[in-house]
Ligand binder design. Structure first.
Ligand SMILES: [Zn+2]
Length: 143
């Protein structure tokens, strides 16, 4: 980083990080003037908004784990799971920054339905949080 006053080289006298942001205090080696620079990471995060309004950063890893759990001991190749994760992520990115968790839930369920019925039911039972067995029967009937 060059000095904003004279264009000469600077040194960092202080560095502070908060979250993803980095603040650097700089001093010019020549004119000795000081200034501060801010480094902000580009935020491409997708934020999931839960029913109760809580927000959580979308995690590919978490989604992958969820799918793997649903597909446990099922004849679903890992490539298909990874492909599904990729497709869901891409779809989410097109939708925008903040996405309701129901939306992603439905998205995943639609994909699982095609992938493996048992995995679908497993995921749905966790995700939908079936209140009673009747709900569950309804869901199975739909298959
Ligand atoms: Zn300078």
């Amino acid at each position: 980083m060059k000095c904003v006053y004279c264009g000469d080289y600077t040194r960092v006298t202080n560095k502070r990080e908060s979250g993803d942001d980095v603040r650097r205090r700089r001093e010019c080696l020549k004119c000795k003037k000081r200034f501060t620079t801010y480094e902000r990471s580009e935020k491409n995060d997708i934020i999931l908004v839960k029913k109760d309004g809580r927000r959580e950063r979308f995690s590919k890893e978490k989604l992958r784990n969820g799918l793997m759990k649903a597909c446990e001991k099922r004849p679903v190749p890992i490539e298909k799971i990874d492909k599904t994760v990729g497709e869901v992520e891409e779809k989410l990115r097109r939708k925008g920054k903040e996405i309701k968790s129901e939306v992603i839930g439905k998205m995943i369920m639609t994909k699982l339905k095609r992938l493996d019925k048992v995995a679908y039911i497993r995921f749905a039972s966790v995700y939908r949080d079936f209140k009673d067995i009747e709900d569950f029967k309804e869901e199975i009937k739909e298959l």
